[in-house]
Design a protein around this ligand. Sequence first.
Ligand code: COA
Length: 226
Amino acid sequence: MGATVNFETPAAHAQSASKGSLIGRIKSSAGLRKLAVYLLFQPRKSRPRAWVRWLANPFVHTYGRGSVVRRVRRDLVPFNDFELGAGSILEDYATVSNGMGSIVIGARTLVGIGSVLIGPLRIGSNVIIAQNVVFSGLNHGYQDVTKPIRDQKCTAAEIVVGDDAWIGANAVITAGVHIGWHAVVAGGSVVTRDVPPYSVVGGNPARLLRQYNSASQLWERVSASA
Ligand SMILES: CC(C)(COP(=O)(O)OP(=O)(O)OC[C@H]1O[C@@H](n2cnc3c(N)ncnc32)[C@H](O)[C@@H]1OP(=O)(O)O)[C@@H](O)C(=O)NCCC(=O)NCCS
């Protein structure tokens, strides 16, 4: 993300603007927004300035008791939430970026090595996220063929991951996808549609492979046409 990105969804923008808060006023004025971006971000870099990381974020973001953050790239801004629940772990070389929307992670959740979390994103408790998983709550606009894609507005839609889910290595989860409780995403999947609870999905695009049947108490194969 660069310093020119739009920070929020239209709905979130309307909500914060209507509150009449300082942040809402800044977000609804192009001039103030430009100034805020300059003060918050290093020019031409997607990283927040050092003062933001050291003097602002620690007062607004929350880290639960016993949570662990290893060598993680934290591209975090103070005007969106970042929460890491008790006992949760962000492993080495993970990246978290909340410029486009909040990131909220429940308790006892593991974010594996090299995974990339781009908000808006809400992850439940007891979730296992394996290595190099990418969650992107943002999409770049590409529709205007007269402008480079990097100059077009981003859109955002919240990704939600239910409790007890397991996301296999190298999976990609696209904006707006909801993954149900205790669902499994197979390694290498590209998930573009919602995943029901107690199911296994896999492939590109990810398809339903298995579903738990509470009557038979078995994980049953789902035919390709389902
Ligand atoms: C999904 C997974 C858990 C398989 O679980 P399983 O219950 O043992 O299921 P099976 O091996 O019987 O496979 C079930 C079906 O899913 C398919 N499948 C399995 N893994 C798949 C994958 N990565 N992509 C697409 N399809 C996959 C199988 O081909 C099989 O299809 P079929 O029913 O048409 O034969 C496993 O393959 C996987 O992806 N694990 C992720 C491992 C990982 O990322 N570890 C990192 C450390 S946390």
